[in-house]
Design a protein around this ligand. Structure first.
Ligand code: NAD
Length: 264
């Protein structure tokens, strides 16, 4: 991964702590020579995000609640002032009421359906509306999705519906921005123990199931996701847009429980 992103500047949205997928991606991009800016949600996370950003030599750490248009505008105005242009953006943000990430999908409330779609889906489009103006030929964007968009996974519920919409929005954004040479892709990551994931019911069981039944017989790490993000965001991925890349140890390719999988 020598210096694939030397001289490139990018914004990482969704860093909460050193377990975050955003952190795995930030480390890989920084290791490839990129200069990074970070946005975080809420004052409570600031003290966690600051030292991580510092570790990667980043001086730009800004607040942004993607549920608030004015907050997104303020982020991009500040970024425009500092950098002018933007080579890449990582959207590693999702939210749903954890009380609805267990039990039945059919019981989803209108309020949480709307909230989940707003924060987990629309926010990527809202961000790209601003980012587009700072981007040019060769720029790229990345969001994070999950297999629950394609198939029913236990407890994923309304987030599965949201991720399906997010994946569709990746394709529409790829078409709109492709005319200016801007690429838009998603990584569909296997289950990883993060703050957001801890809200999902029976998450340890889901991790075990994936470990025993994926072709690689293991779970993926934030470093695995980071390295694939580097491919998609650098010129190695120059011919790739509108894509959902599975970084899941191959789990999506399998149709049945492995015969050697232990009982869990
Ligand atoms: P995480 O908790 O570390 O990150 C989620 C981030 O979303 C946090 O930084 C949080 O502050 C941010 N966020 C929530 N609401 C926000 C708002 N209104 N404005 C701005 N930021 C907000 O967890 P993660 O697992 O690293 O999640 C990152 C992305 O990866 C999410 O889209 C998630 O759905 C996706 N993903 C996770 C897994 C997994 O198993 N962990 C698998 C596939 C996809």
């Amino acid at each position: 991964s020598s210096q694939l992103l030397a001289g490139k500047r990018g914004l990482i949205m969704g860093l909460a702590n050193d377990k975050s997928i955003a952190w795995g991606i930030a480390k890989a991009l920084s290791g490839a020579g990129a200069e990074l800016a970070f946005s975080y949600m809420g004052d409570a996370l600031k003290k966690r995000v600051m030292p991580l950003a510092e570790q990667l030599g980043s001086e730009i750490v800004l607040p942004c609640d993607v549920g608030d248009e004015a907050s997104i505008d303020a982020l991009f105005e500040a970024l425009k002032e500092k950098w002018g242009e933007l080579d890449f953006i990582v959207h590693a943000i999702g939210f749903s009421d954890k009380n609805e990430l267990r039990g039945r999908y059919v019981d989803t409330s209108r309020a949480n359906f709307t909230l989940s779609m707003d924060i987990s889906v629309y926010s990527f489009t809202a961000v790209m509306q601003r980012a587009e103006k700072m981007m040019s030929e060769g720029s790229a964007a990345l969001t994070l999705t999950y297999y629950g968009a394609e198939k029913v996974m236990p407890h994923y519920n309304v987030m599965g519906v949201a991720k399906a919409a997010l994946e569709a929005s990746v394709r529409y954004l790829a078409e709109d921005l492709g005319k200016d040479g801007i690429r838009v892709n998603a990584i569909s990551a296997g289950p990883i123990k993060t703050l957001a994931a801890s809200g999902i019911g029976d998450f340890r069981y889901i991790m075990k199931w994936n470990e025993y039944n994926s072709p690689l017989r293991r779970n993926v790490t934030i470093e695995d996701v980071g390295n694939s993000a580097l491919y998609l965001l650098s010129d190695l991925g120059a011919g790739v847009t509108g894509e959902v890349l599975h970084v899941d140890a191959g789990y999506h390719a399998v149709g049945m429980k492995a015969v050697d999988a232990p009982d869990i």
